[in-house]
Design a protein around this ligand. Structure first.
Ligand code: SF4
Length: 344
């Protein structure tokens, strides 16, 4: 059965008029889906019974209950959701004082093959539909208190751009979730044409996973560097205006002995010189069977200070939910190989 979740106002209105119903029924459906977060078509009580009955024959609201939920000692929660195709994705809710940020997945598995990533080991299993992306917002227990979202979960959002852009459209439309685009950050390892389209069609923040400023070294970590070198991405970003409210940031996972030297500081300073941007340093959580390690605290602070001395605005991202976050992607990999049940 088709899902209503993920349909835009235009699609819902077209659906209503095709059935011979007044076009305002489309807006009523959008209101029930995105503002009131109705769990069933039957709960859409201002739609006539005949309309609900006709809708129910072809559609359901959509979304699955989580298969498992893990809670960290710091209250970060990791949800494992099934997809319609029977794969599993992870969604993380990170509470922080007044904020509750949802880290959402855009694909099941990923084809990008980054060496440091557990999700890469699953290979590509499929793109999430707009409905499956939005279902993560709807089906977490904290749905009504979410304040921010980051597209940093499983998958490469720019490799599923159409569905990601439609989800952003629904999250920010006045008839949808009505969020400011400044509450949403989309993270990418860098697919240049997709970044260009994203910047033209959305006002959300952009985060680029940089991880190494040197071509050969970055290729070794992230094969996509061969096709879309980071220098070209930065060159493209320099033509965009980030002086207003829209932000670009660079994510940098620190690997001991690999990308944490003075040489890397100097090259980062050269690459990003004069840009309106921020660098977020991220501690690496080891993944099974990988020799990659995180530098210790002192080395991490030293790296941050060296970048700051070069005039680069740099922060060390707080590690949240460490007890449940180790090897992000591990939970879904294990679930794909075992018999975790799907709940409607
Ligand atoms: S880091 Fe992101 S882009 Fe790279 S393999 Fe993992 S999920 Fe894919």
């Amino acid at each position: 059965m088709d899902w209503l979740l993920g349909k835009t106002l235009e699609e819902l209105t077209a659906l209503a008029t095709q059935q011979g119903w007044p076009s305002y029924v489309g807006r009523q459906m959008a209101d029930w889906l995105y503002r009131k977060k109705a769990g069933t078509i039957d709960a859409m009580t201002n739609l006539p019974k005949t309309v609900r009955a006709t809708l129910s024959r072809q559609f359901e609201v959509g979304g699955f209950a989580p298969a498992t939920v893990q809670q960290s000692t710091d209250d970060t929660k990791k949800y494992l959701f099934p997809t319609r195709a029977g794969h599993f994705i992870e969604t993380v809710m990170i509470p922080d004082a007044e904020r509750a940020t949802l880290c959402v997945s855009s694909q099941a598995g990923c084809r990008m093959g980054c060496r440091f990533c557990m999700t890469a080991r699953q290979g590509f299993q499929g793109n999430l539909s707009t409905g499956e992306i939005l279902a993560q917002f709807h089906r977490v227990a904290e749905s009504d208190r979410l304040t921010n979202a980051v597209y940093m979960g499983m998958g490469e959002p720019m490799d599923n751009l159409e569905e990601v852009l439609t989800s952003l459209h629904i999250l920010t439309a006045p008839w949808g979730w009505a969020w400011s685009p400044r509450r949403i950050t989309v993270s990418t390892i860098g697919i240049t044409p997709a970044i260009r389209r994203f910047l033209n069609e959305s006002d959300c923040h952009l985060a680029i996973s940089l991880h190494n400023p040197f071509d050969a070294e970055r290729r070794d970590l992230m094969p996509l560097q061969k096709t879309w070198p980071i220098a070209d991405i930065v060159r493209q970003l320099r033509t965009c205006d980030f002086s207003g409210q829209r932000r670009v940031s660079f994510e940098y996972i620190l690997f001991a002995g690999l990308n944490d030297s003075g040489r890397h500081v100097n090259e980062l300073a050269r690459l990003l010189h004069g840009m309106e941007c921020r660098i977020n340093l991220i501690r690496f959580h080891p993944i099974p069977g990988s020799p990659l390690r995180s530098p210790n605290n002192e080395q991490t602070i030293l790296f941050r200070n060296r970048l700051a001395q070069k005039g680069l605005l740099t922060t060390i991202r707080a590690s949240r939910g460490q007890d449940i976050m180790a090897a992000c992607g591990l939970l879904s990999t294990e679930s794909s190989n075992t018999n975790v049940k799907r709940k409607a």
